[in-house]
Design a protein around this ligand. Structure first.
Ligand code: SIN
Length: 331
């Protein structure tokens, strides 16, 4: 068989296998996300959710997961969801900017001490209320999923925010993150996640901020001088579906589906710190450089970035900031 005939046969076979995976009578849920399926807490949780639904709902519902931006990237997935072309996704909270400003609290630098504090905030009444803020825009928030604390990486050592003066840093499309980078006297560049590795490799940007699992999963450490353990922010996801799709489900199916999703959420969110620690270690084992900060250096990052809070007070509310700070004090 010629090489191209073999390739065509392979494509046909994978398409057939993919189509065969869902019984014809099943309600099909396409779950699109942008990370890999094995290293990132979201990728692992999405696959676990699909496996459980497909095993336990006995062909009534069938979940197909599309990782690595293979179906939609974060710029297009929400519009596609409103059109009914994809049923579930879990974009980072920074990607809902056009729909709501309440999630900006999660982007504010040094707002949350750690992921345990984020979890406590999200499961508080204030956090629970946030899930439904986009219902008037047609999107229902179902569960918050954690990714972890963010670190800065660059093509030069960053020990103080001033070390980033004048360099280009990729951020998600979030007004808060853009201001955070400006507070370092650096130049923010918003771009899609799928473009970050290439942009760092070719020098389109010099640095970026992300969680250990994304830096490991996307191999970003390979195209950076090093990673600075700043723990300056959090990367959090909201599992969303369209209100129209949710309402179209028979009540018993909706109940079972949301129940499985909640169980997966609790189980995987509890594992996130371990997943992040494993990614951090994997970077070190692969020869990546990680720089830790002295207390004085860390204070310099806080001093440079915390003034950003004031600009976003009307969006996030003093009450929510106070609630987050009170929760921090418990951890
Ligand atoms: C993600 O983890 O879903 C992407 C985060 C990013 O865009 O940096």
């Amino acid at each position: 068989m010629k090489a191209w005939t073999a390739a065509l046969a392979l494509v046909w076979l994978s398409a057939t296998v993919a189509l065969a995976a869902c019984p014809p009578s099943a309600i099909v849920i396409k779950f699109a996300h942008v990370v890999n399926a094995t290293d990132n807490p979201k990728g692992i949780a999405a696959q676990m959710f699909a496996d459980r639904v497909n095993a336990e709902m006995k062909g009534r519902v069938c979940v197909e997961v599309f990782p690595n931006s293979s179906l939609y990237d974060d710029d297009t997935v929400l519009e596609a969801m409103l059109q009914g072309d994809v049923q579930m996704a879990a974009p980072s909270l920074s990607k809902f900017e056009d729909l709501t400003k309440v999630f900006r609290i999660f982007d504010l630098p040094f707002m949350f001490k750690n992921i345990a504090a984020v979890d406590a905030f999200q499961t508080s009444p204030a956090g629970e209320r946030m899930k439904s803020v986009m219902v008037p825009r047609g999107l229902a928030g179902l569960e918050f999923w954690h990714s972890g604390m963010k670190q800065f990486s660059a093509n030069r050592p960053l020990l103080l925010p001033s070390d980033a003066k004048g360099i280009k840093i990729r951020v998600q499309p979030s007004a808060v993150l853009i201001d955070e980078v400006k507070a370092m006297d650096a130049i923010p560049q918003a771009m899609a996640f799928s473009d970050v590795y290439g942009a760092l490799k070719t020098g389109v940007v010099d640095g970026q901020e992300n969680t250990w699992s994304n830096i490991w999963g996307q191999k970003l450490y390979k195209v950076q001088d090093g990673i600075t353990e700043t723990n300056h922010g959090v990367l959090e996801y909201l599992v969303v579906t369209s209100v129209a799709f949710l309402n179209s489900l028979p009540p018993d199916i909706r109940h079972q589906l949301l129940d499985i999703l909640h169980q997966v959420t609790v189980e995987r969110n509890a594992e996130v710190t371990a997943v992040e620690a494993a990614s951090r270690q994997a970077i070190l084992d692969a020869g990546g450089t990680i720089r830790t900060l002295t207390p004085a250096q860390r204070q310099a990052w806080i001093t440079a970035m915390k003034p950003v809070w004031a600009d976003f007070l009307p969006d996030v509310s003093q009450a929510n900031i106070d609630a987050a700070q009170a929760i921090n004090a418990r951890f």
